[in-house]
Ligand binder design. Structure first.
Ligand code: ADP
Length: 402
């Protein structure tokens, strides 16, 4: 099956065409600056590479651009839109309704719309991508994979806050956890790489990107995830604050005369390593360069980040009563060997020892712990698009598609 995977954000739309049998990426690209001006980047497995300005007023035009390119006689990879068997959408928040992947129907769109308030930055943007595809390819099967779905195995002891129970009953205020597509792919790839049965291992996945989360995956099921009701809880991130005492926010609001919206802007966009480094950067590469030049706040931001990751890893090792694999993934986790080293130094009590040469290797999957380490420490490149393609291929097969 040829699967078009769409990851639609507020002003960008990433896509890949994947052959589900060979798992080869036939084409990939991104429509950026939608609604502003429009930049289109596209690459194929046959060696075609394009980056050009293409006016894109909205997501429908972005989907038009990518579809036209896919069937273009010179740049394309297929004759006709009908060569696409399924479209798979990354969907962020499925609330408690979705614990697996689904065929996108009017009912699913309705249920997702009801979750919009839970993820106001992400869900509406996902839905715009879904609607744009529906308009242009009304007869193609569409399936959705939720970022919250893999985390739905968390038990009440992990997902409930210490709030009055009616907050959950009446408003579904609970921890949902995010990055599930990545956590699922990476935890399973780690077991495969190590030749383990995923149903018998305890894995902690550290998805450290601009947004960052950690999950505890015990015997193939998520038992905890550091993100909460929204993707704001947990680690210190690029621009997001992670865990903060709500009491401090009330105090700050009073002292600075801020309303809730202003406080949320600070927490989402002006905090994390960006805020700690006094607005130096949210990019870990730039922070590292600044640290080398003795920028104290940049160094502090990286130190706080690493410390917090180590604390979560330690607590998840306790939650699972042990850990077999610790896996680093996403932009920072895959590329920043110094941060990995720093985090692992805190984890010596787990019997972890790192091979410094391996830690600097770059590969799709690599074990960076040495032969004496009691826990396997791995770096694995995440591949959310492939995970989505696998999931929607399974959904399509259930619908009778071959
Ligand atoms: P997201 O998908 O959440 O936007 P990514 O997983 O793409 O995030 O990670 C982006 C982040 O990865 C960048 O902000 C940058 O800090 C970090 N990053 C990318 N490459 C490197 C590198 N070579 N060294 C350190 N950090 C890196």
């Amino acid at each position: 099956m040829k699967i078009l995977v769409i990851n639609s954000g507020s002003s960008s739309l990433k896509f890949q065409v994947i052959d589900s049998e060979t798992e080869q990426v036939l084409a990939r690209g991104v429509c950026e600056r939608i609604g502003i001006d429009g930049i289109f980047t596209y690459k194929t497995s046959t060696g075609i590479s394009i980056k050009e300005s293409v006016p894109m007023q909205n997501h429908t035009q972005a989907v038009h651009t990518l579809l036209d390119t896919l069937v273009d006689p010179e740049k394309g990879i297929m004759k006709d839109f009908s060569d696409i068997d399924v479209i798979g959408h990354r969907l962020v928040h499925g609330g408690e309704k979705f614990s697996g992947s689904v065929v996108i129907t009017d009912e699913v769109i309705q249920a997702m719309t009801e979750c919009n308030d839970l993820a106001p930055l992400h869900n509406p943007a996902n839905l715009v991508g879904v609607e744009a595809c529906r308009k242009l390819m009304p007869n193609t099967l569409m399936a959705g994979v939720f970022d919250t779905a893999f985390n739905q195995t968390m038990e009440p002891k992990a997902f409930l806050y210490g709030l009055p129970y009616w907050c959950y009953e009446k408003h579904k205020i609970r921890r949902y956890g995010f990055h599930g597509i990545s956590h699922k792919y990476v935890s399973q790839r780690a077991a495969e790489f190590m030749g383990q049965d995923p149903g018998r291992v305890k894995t902690i996945v550290c998805h450290l990107g601009n947004g960052a989360s950690i999950s505890a995956v015990k015997y193939g099921r998520v038992i905890d995830n550091s993100m909460g009701f929204t993707p704001l809880e947990g680690l210190v991130m690029g621009t997001r604050c992670g865990d903060v005492d709500p009491g401090a926010l009330e105090y700050l609001a009073k002292k600075e005369n801020l309303d809730f919206q202003q406080i949320m802007t600070i927490l989402n966009q002006e905090s994390g390593v960006l805020g700690i480094s006094k607005n130096y950067s949210s990019d870990f590469r730039e922070l590292k360069d600044a640290e080398i030049k003795y920028n104290e706040k940049a160094a502090l931001a990286r130190e706080i980040f690493a410390y917090k990751v180590a604390k979560y890893v330690g607590s998840y090792a306790a939650a699972m009563n042990g850990v077999d694999n610790i896996v680093f993934t996403a932009g920072v986790g895959e590329n920043d060997s110094d941060i990995r080293q720093e985090i692992c130094e805190y984890l010596g009590f787990l019997g972890i020892t790192i091979d410094e040469v391996k830690n600097r290797e770059r590969a799709e999957a690599v074990r960076i712990s040495d032969g004496t380490s009691r826990v396997n420490v791995l770096v694995i490149r995440t591949n959310e698009e492939l995970e989505i393609a696998r999931e929607v291929a399974a959904v399509a097969r259930k619908m009778g598609k071959q």
